[in-house]
Design a protein around this ligand. Structure first.
Ligand code: TYD
Ligand code: MG
Length: 467
């Protein structure tokens, strides 16, 4: 039987299938399979050539110097990177179009250039004049950043080969770069992968830090940057929606640092501005004395973040009730509603439930359960939560409230921001004694979700009459 000459590659996840299918078996996306020429079979060139050099294997013990870092001058970005860019490494920055990827990278590159290092910015999306215009808006026109507009990989590589001093190279975006040796269109998995591999190889050889920008699109016409994630050393995602001024930078992979750190920025007329105290910002627009609102004392990475959880209930108009969640896991909300119903006798089945994390932050911690439950109970009973109270704690299926990590840090942040009360899981004694509460903070420990609900008087749903 003849060898297949082509294969079908999913443009969303990179899975390979021998035949065309409407839906990718691996990731479940529709209409993402595109035909590509198959890679040659048989032993690779390395095996054929033979006579390789002997590798030296070493033990785990021993001294290795930490990798040299290049500070970007943007503390929030450095924090997410784990202390700055690492020389000879590759970072992928993903995010929806228009979220601010080009803006922050232009700012970072300009800062590095201003510090006396050579930084290059290659834009494949915008003309030189457009980038200049943005730089002028950002007040960066005077920085010695090297700017070019190019999309042909051959040209980019030829130019970078000659760079001996480069500390940083930004490619904006990897989806616009193309290699003429490949038949596929720019942005397809084959192109993106081949171009990224070449650029990463160059970064390792020349010792510069490489930043690749990648768009995330739902349509699947462009290759999602997912296929790149295993090739790069770190992947950062820029989150937030364009309607909000907050932007969250989150690492999902980092070979040189932790992955749970976030950087918080605010999009302003003068570009992205770092937010050193996100809690104050996220709570800035909170209005007291409104039912359905509770403050969650969360932790993102090493940093405590207080955010407002908002819940709204409205009588369902036939059919199955709606469950709309922004910024939290909808599966988790369903679970919490089930626990509230079967363990606490609080039925919300006849209501549409809307849940929102104010400010555009996306929370992944289960520790938010207790705050969400408080917001729901408050909405259901039409009784506001105490305006000076924070909540945190995980809820189990039997309604028990479980311990979460770093309770002391959460409490300290609440105290710092002027909160006076906290509802939290029963604290376990450490070394024979229960840790002391921060001064001025009254703690309410709850062992079961029902204890929390009892505080909200009768937990029956108040159905508002339409006005
Ligand atoms: P951009 O960095 O071009 O996004 P991406 O590269 O991720 O596609 O950001 C574009 C948006 O940011 C655009 O809607 C305008 C806005 N913006 C500001 O609000 N202030 C600024 O100073 C700049 C440069 C952009
Ligand atoms: Mg851009």
């Amino acid at each position: 039987m003849a060898k297949p000459l082509s294969r079908f590659v999913c443009q969303a996840c990179g899975a390979v299938s021998p035949k065309w299918q409407g839906r990718c078996d691996a990731c479940g996306e529709w209409n993402t399979l595109i035909e590509e020429a198959a890679a040659p079979r048989g032993p690779g060139p390395a095996a054929k050539a033979g006579g390789g050099r002997q590798i030296e294997f070493v033990g785990l013990k021993g001294e290795s110097a930490p990798p040299p870092r290049i500070g970007t001058g943007i503390a929030e970005l450095d924090r997410v990177l784990g202390g700055g860019l690492v020389a000879a490494s590759a970072v992928l920055v993903g995010g929806d179009p228009g979220i601010g990827k080009s803006t922050i990278l232009l700012q970072a590159a300009a800062r590095i250039a201003a510090s006396g290092r050579r930084a290059l910015y290659v834009s494949g999306e915008e003309a030189v004049e457009q980038v200049r215009l943005r730089a002028r808006r950002l007040g960066l026109s005077e920085t010695p950043l090297a700017l070019a507009s190019a999309t042909a990989l051959r040209d980019i590589v030829a130019s970078l080969e000659r760079e001996t001093e480069a500390a940083l190279v930004v490619i904006d975006s990897i989806q616009t770069v193309w290699l003429d040796a490949l038949d596929s269109a720019p942005g397809t998995v084959a192109q993106v992968r081949a171009c990224a591999a070449e650029l990463i190889r160059l970064a390792k050889a020349r010792g510069f830090a490489l930043i690749l920008v990648g768009h995330v699109t739902k349509e699947g016409t462009l290759a999602g940057p997912r296929v790149l994630e295993h090739m790069v050393d770190a992947t950062l995602y820029f989150e937030g929606d364009r309607g909000h001024q907050f932007r969250i930078l989150r690492a999902t992979k980092n070979r040189f640092g932790a992955t749970d750190e976030i950087g918080v920025f605010e999009m302003t007329d003068a570009g992205l501005v770092e937010v050193a105290n996100p809690s104050a910002l996220f709570l800035a627009e909170r209005r007291g004395n409104v039912s359905g609102s509770a403050v969650f004392a969360g932790v993102e990475g090493t940093r405590p973040v207080l955010v407002e959880v908002q819940a709204l209930l409205s009588p369902s108009t036939g059919g199955s009730p709606r469950r709309q969640v922004v910024g939290w896991d909808s599966g988790r909300l369903s679970m919490l509603l089930a626990v509230l119903e079967s363990r606490c006798g609080m039925s919300l089945g006849q209501n549409d439930v809307y849940l929102n994390i104010a400010g555009g932050l996306r929370i992944q911690e289960p520790a938010a359960d207790l705050a969400v439950a408080a917001a729901l109970a408050s909405a259901a009973t039409d009784r506001p939560t105490d305006p000076d109270r924070v909540y945190f704690g995980e809820v189990g299926l039997s309604g028990e409230v479980r311990q979460v990590s770093q309770p002391d840090q959460r409490l300290r942040e609440a105290q710092k921001l002027g909160f006076l009360q906290a509802t939290l899981p029963k604290r376990a004694a450490r070394a024979g004694r229960v840790p002391a509460a921060p001064e001025g903070l009254a703690l309410t420990e709850v062992g079961h979700l029902a204890d929390l609900i009892a505080g909200f008087a009768e937990a029956s749903v108040k159905k508002r009459q339409p006005a």
